[in-house]
Ligand binder design. Structure first.
Ligand code: XMP
Length: 319
């Protein structure tokens, strides 16, 4: 069984041994629970020898960058840099439709951005990230590369050549353990209980080619879905919920006009650790209201479907 006090003590000890007295650590911060816990843990030991880097990759949810800035600037006393790399990410993804290629391009670019930041800081030789045990399992298969389920951006998506040494204090933990740890480190309930969000972001929720317009649609639909879940007290009843934009058009009718627009799939799952998941049992009435809002408010979408696949055989994300 897992003992948290022991875990914190040995994690800090390992960090101390790896970083030494002079080393400076760059921490990739997404604003989710995993990387926030890593930042809080490192900050205890390193103080000013820690710099968090938040990358705006253009694949973020509605107002995510502003939310993270408001939360971290000032509140934790952590040195935070926000890097706008959205143009670099979107041009690296232009024309890419293969899910694994998307993941590899994104994983590599994240590292390049962190390396560039590290160059301006003395002794910054380390990159800390919130990799969890399930990220490792799904990315690395004992049966070889063909048995990889998907390359999580922070494991299988990493480039082979890296100028920074990895620090991954949560690599043996599951999400529920990280949440316990986050609470003990004083992170707010709102942060600790947030749904997981994948590092590759909306890129793996726009099926097919990623364009600004596709990102707008999936971002607006996601925002409507999540706000509706919160408003109706359903947010905490599921492990994760999100919208996916499908690259197909279907016929509909609005007023007395024919429409020919794209499809949003809604997905909600319950799970303990993300390794397996059950379809979320959301009330049909609720889903109907969300569907109406999405079709009324998101230009270019005229149909909403609900994904009822469990994991396995589906994965949680569609790509
Ligand atoms: P799948 O889709 O593999 O997802 O069933 C399991 C959990 O992991 C999240 N996920 C990721 N998280 N980087 C991450 O940090 C990734 O590349 C990644 N891919 C999937 C997913 O949202 C779910 O919670």
């Amino acid at each position: 069984t897992w003992n948290m006090a022991d875990f914190v003590e040995s994690a800090i000890e390992r960090i101390r041994a790896q970083v030494g007295d002079e080393g400076h650590v760059i921490c990739g911060l997404s604003g989710g629970v995993d990387s926030s816990v890593v930042a809080a843990l490192l900050h205890r030991e390193l103080g000013e020898r820690l710099t968090c880097v938040f990358v705006d990759n253009g694949l973020l949810r509605y107002q995510e960058r502003e939310r993270v800035q408001a939360l971290f600037e000032g509140h934790f006393g952590i040195d935070l840099r926000v890097v706008d790399a959205s143009e670099r990410f979107l041009s690296a993804l232009a024309g890419v439709t293969d899910p694994e290629l998307k993941r590899k391009r994104i994983g590599e670019l994240f590292v390049r951005v962190f390396e560039a930041e590290a160059e301006s800081i003395e002794n910054a030789r380390f990159l800390a990230q919130g990799t969890l045990y399930p990220d490792v399992i799904e990315s690395v298969s004992v049966l070889g590369p063909s048995a990889t389920i998907k390359s999580h951006h922070n494991v299988g998506g990493l480039p082979e050549q890296m100028g920074l040494e990895l620090i991954e204090p949560l690599r043996e933990l599951f999400k529920d353990e990280v949440r316990v740890l986050g609470r003990a480190l004083g992170l707010s309930a709102e942060l600790v209980d947030r749904h997981p969000f994948p590092g590759p972001g909306l890129a793996v929720r726009v099926l097919g080619e990623i364009t600004e317009d596709a990102l707008r649609k999936v971002r607006q639909a996601d925002h409507i879905f999540i706000e509706s879940l919160r408003a109706e007290g359903l947010y905490d009843q599921v492990w994760q919920a999100f919208a996916v934009l499908l690259p197909i058009k279907t016929v509909g009718v609005m007023g007395d006009q024919r429409t020919y627009d794209e499809v949003i799939a809604l997905r909600a799952v319950t799970s303990k650790d993300g390794m397996t998941a059950d379809r979320g049992h959301l009330p049909m009435e609720f889903l109907g209201r969300v569907s109406d809002r999405i079709i009324n408010q998101v230009e270019g979408v005229n149909r909403v479907v609900y994904d009822v696949t469990s994991k396995p055989p589906g994965t949680i994300e569609w790509e």
